[in-house]
Each structure stands twice: as C-alpha cells, then as structure tokens.
Write a protein that binds this ligand. Structure first.
Ligand code: PLP
Length: 221
C-alpha cells in the first residue's frame, strides 16, 4: 500500500484548499494510518467505537479522530475524552448522552446532525422537523456541553448523478439556513470516494474518503 501517500496527494490536488479531507481508515491497520500521517494527513474517520479506541491508543496524539458511524448511546463514554467530531448524530437521546459525558470531562464535544437525504430506507439520519426542534433546544441552551458545528448526510447509492446532486444541494440549503442562526456552524460533511466531486460542487466542505485512499475494504476478515 505504498500508494496511500500518492492517493492523498491526488485528492488534495483535485479539491479546493478550504475543504477538510477526512481519511476513513475503518478496517485498515494502524500501519496504514501511520503512512497517511507521515504524508501530513491529520483527520481520520472510524465507524466502530472499539476500533477507534484501539487505534487512538496506538497512534500519535495530534490526530483528529472523527466518529463517522452510527454511535450507540452506551458507547459515548469510551470516546468522550478524545473524539474531535461525532458525525452521525440523529436523535435527541444521543445528544443528551454526549452532553452528559462531555460534562464529566468538563469539556464540549463537537457534533454534526445527520440528516436523511437519501431515498433508501436503510440509511440513518433525522428529518428536518427533528433537526429544527433540536436546533431550537440548542439555541435555548439545553445542551451546554455540546457544540453543534454542522450537518452530515449520505446520498443515495445510485448512478443517477442528478439525483445525488439534488440530495446534496438540499442539505446545503438547510446548512445555510442554520448557519445564519448558529455562529459555530462550519462543517457540511458530505461526499465519499464515489461522489465527493458532486458533493463539493454542491457546497460540501468536509469529505469522508476511504477506499480512494486506502484501497478496497475486505469485510471478511
Ligand atoms: C465507510 C464510510 C465512508 C467512506 O467510504 P468510501 O466509499 O470508502 O470512501 C464515508 N462515510 C461513512 C459514514 C462511511 O461509513
């Protein structure tokens, strides 16, 4: 996997400088992460708590760890002291738990609300009524140990580029609406290996890229 560095460089050449590239290292060994780290990559994404904790223990402490997967409430406590940003927050109980665990560490935890934009029923994410309700509570001071810093979304797994663009664009509109109300709103997390150019064209400023950096994942192991 000597190509990890080249892959990162290629992606960086293709995207504007203000875009945050999160290298999604799930299922990949710590040695691969270290290779990316040695090329200057600092933002990494994982989707399983145990794997995230194990890797965080082994790897340099200035890595910014992103929890990008579905997070169970009873596992927030394992990542509260070090996680940089939690992406997939799609319910009120989870926000309350993150707020509670952050409070124990006397810190604030950054999170993104995950909004459902795909047509498929399998994807996680909240609808806009719930995000409106949560934003209202947040502005009201209900979660003092949480920073809601933006939104995250996953487009349909589809070859229809126009549909993907429309889904991303819808989320971008919602992001702009909340940005007017919340000064700390700064991340719009959308785009993966297969669709990040479309995501960026539609307002994304944070992309989560796995296989285009580290190669295909093998889930059998
Ligand atoms: C795995 C994963 C990615 C990266 O997917 P690739 O297609 O390998 O780039 C991005 N976001 C989430 C939420 C993921 O689970």
């Amino acid at each position: 996997m000597e190509h990890i560095c080249q892959n990162i460089k290629k992606i960086k050449e293709r995207i504007p400088e203000h875009i945050t590239l999160v290298a999604v290292s799930k299922t990949k060994p710590a040695s691969d992460i270290l290779k990316a780290y040695q090329c200057g990559q600092r933002h990494f994404g994982e989707n399983k708590v145990q794997e995230l904790v194990d890797k965080q223990n082994q790897l340099p402490k200035d890595i910014k760890w992103h929890m990008i997967g579905h997070l169970q409430r009873n596992k927030v406590k394992y990542i509260a002291d070090f996680v940089y940003l939690i992406h997939g927050v799609d319910n009120l109980k989870l926000i309350k738990e993150i707020n509670k665990q952050a409070g124990k560490h006397q810190k604030k935890i950054n999170l993104l609300l995950e909004i459902k934009i795909a047509q498929e029923t399998t994807k996680f994410g909240m609808d806009q009524n719930l995000s409106d309700e949560i934003i209202t509570k947040y502005l009201n001071g209900d979660f003092p140990n949480v920073n809601i810093v933006g939104l995250m979304g996953m487009a349909s797994h589809s070859t229809n580029q126009e549909q993907i663009a429309n889904e991303f664009n819808g989320l971008s509109q919602l992001f702009k609406k909340y940005q007017k109300q919340i000064p700390e709103f700064r991340y719009l997390s959308m785009g993966m290996s297969g669709d990040y150019p479309i995501a960026i064209a539609n307002g994304s400023n944070l992309i989560r890229v796995g296989s285009a950096i580290f190669g295909a994942r093998n889930y059998q192991i």
